[in-house]
Ligand binder design. Structure first.
Ligand SMILES: *Cc1c(COP(=O)(O)O)cnc(C)c1O
Length: 398
């Protein structure tokens, strides 16, 4: 892809992107920048990745025509079932790609940061599978809040390091992971978990997730006799599942692309993760993008009921797609997402992750044209969110 919607050779998407890293990391970042394209386009790399995606992760994931949802919306609704992947979400597309890359770079040690623990689990998984040491940095508060995922990581042999600085959440864990990388530049690869971070991470990670839209084109041809849907809807935290679902449609102007971010308690509530709606340009975690920050450039804490969308930044490509109006970004509150998860569960027998429920919530309020073909990306399954769903059910009954 070489249109203006993709990264230039310095990793810029218009004014967003780039690589803002401390001096000590220049060598690592330059190594990655100069080698990632050659490594990931190598035929042996591709063959190995494709066989793992198929036999280990479970690709291709189905594109499911949802009859009852379609009837309700008087449109043709398809659900891309990334929730059926190994570990229960799309994140394994990226960690599989990066573990093979780390191997090609001769790295013996993997570090990652995680908030909700989903990326930590996807990283611990591929490290166990390859027999590589894995250290996951996690805010001390998140270690407590996300106990089941901490247990999964430990069971697969990863070392989980609680971070006690700052607000003891994701951005503090990210700072700690960067510090580790600075201290261990030769032995270690840092697996970033979304389309964020310094160039080349956003571009590289979007290529690993692009398989989602590649499959949608092929599968839609089987279902509908055409490759292009009218509309694609996906939730946006850092933006990786959405970029995966958009990727092969970005240069198809006829396809409407909709990213759904978390409004939390409401866009104006002060407790929100609506980065596109409220964000202003700034640098966070190595790249220029839109951020939730105050007038002094202090990063504001994000809030969402779904831990995976609870991030004060967004990938630079999304910031660019927003600015150029190629994609549209909307927001959905905690309450709407919870309601939508129940609606999907009862209409189609699919319990989505709370993150994915934001995409379905927007679908429910979207006014579709008759026979509009809409693909909703179901980025993950809801098992990890059963406590939140149970609480919602109790409230519904009361
Ligand atoms: C992590 C996660 C997200 C948010 O991350 P993106 O990079 O925006 O995709 C969305 N859905 C699920 C199921 C997740 O685990």
């Amino acid at each position: 892809m070489s249109s203006s919607y993709f990264a230039d050779s310095d990793g810029y998407y218009g004014e967003f992107g780039g690589a803002f890293v401390p001096e000590m990391l220049h060598a690592n970042i330059e190594e990655l920048q100069s080698r990632y394209l050659e490594i990931i386009s190598d035929r042996n790399f591709q063959a190995e990745l494709n066989s793992l995606l198929r036999d280990y992760a479970g690709r291709p994931t189905p594109l499911y025509f949802a009859p009852r949802l379609s009837e309700k919306k008087s449109a043709k609704i398809y659900i891309k079932r990334e929730d059926l992947l190994h570990t229960g979400a799309h994140k394994v597309n990226n960690t599989l790609g990066q573990i093979l890359l780390a191997q090609r770079l001769g790295k013996k040690r993997i570090i990652a940061e995680t908030g909700a623990g989903q990326h930590g689990v996807a990283t611990a998984t591929v490290c166990a599978m390859m027999g590589i040491e894995c250290i996951v940095y996690m805010g001390a508060m998140d270690v407590e809040r996300q106990a089941p995922n901490v247990a999964r990581m430990k069971m697969m042999g990863a070392q989980v390091v609680p971070v006690h600085s700052g607000s003891k959440t994701l951005k503090d864990a990210t700072n700690e992971a960067l510090r580790d990388w600075i201290n261990n530049p030769d032995s270690t690869h840092y697996i970033i978990g979304s389309v964020v971070g310094p160039h080349p991470f956003p571009d590289m990670i979007s290529r690993f997730h692009a398989i989602t839209s590649e499959e949608i084109r092929r599968q839609l041809t089987e279902h509908e006799g055409r490759e292009l849907p009218n509309t694609v809807i996906a939730c946006v935290g850092g933006g990786s599942n959405a970029i995966g679902a958009f990727y092969h449609f970005i240069d198809e102007a006829a396809v409407k692309l909709i990213g759904v971010e978390a409004a939390g308690c409401g866009v104006d509530s002060g407790q929100t993760a609506a980065t596109m709606t409220l964000g202003t340009p700034g640098v966070l975690h190595g790249s220029m993008s839109l951020l939730l920050q105050n007038d002094d450039g202090q990063i504001q804490e994000a809030h969402s009921v779904s831990a995976g969308l609870d991030y004060p930044g967004v990938g630079p490509q999304h910031a660019h797609l927003h600015k150029t109006k190629r994609a549209h970004y909307v927001s959905i509150t905690d309450q709407q997402a919870l309601d939508a998860a129940f609606e999907l569960a009862r209409l189609e027998g699919i319990i989505p992750a709370l993150e994915s429920a934001h995409a379905f919530a927007y679908l429910l309020e979207y006014s579709a044209e008759p026979d509009e073909v809409i693909v909703v990306n179901c980025s993950g399954r809801g098992d990890k969110d059963m406590a939140a769903y149970l609480k919602h059910l109790e409230k519904e009954k009361a």
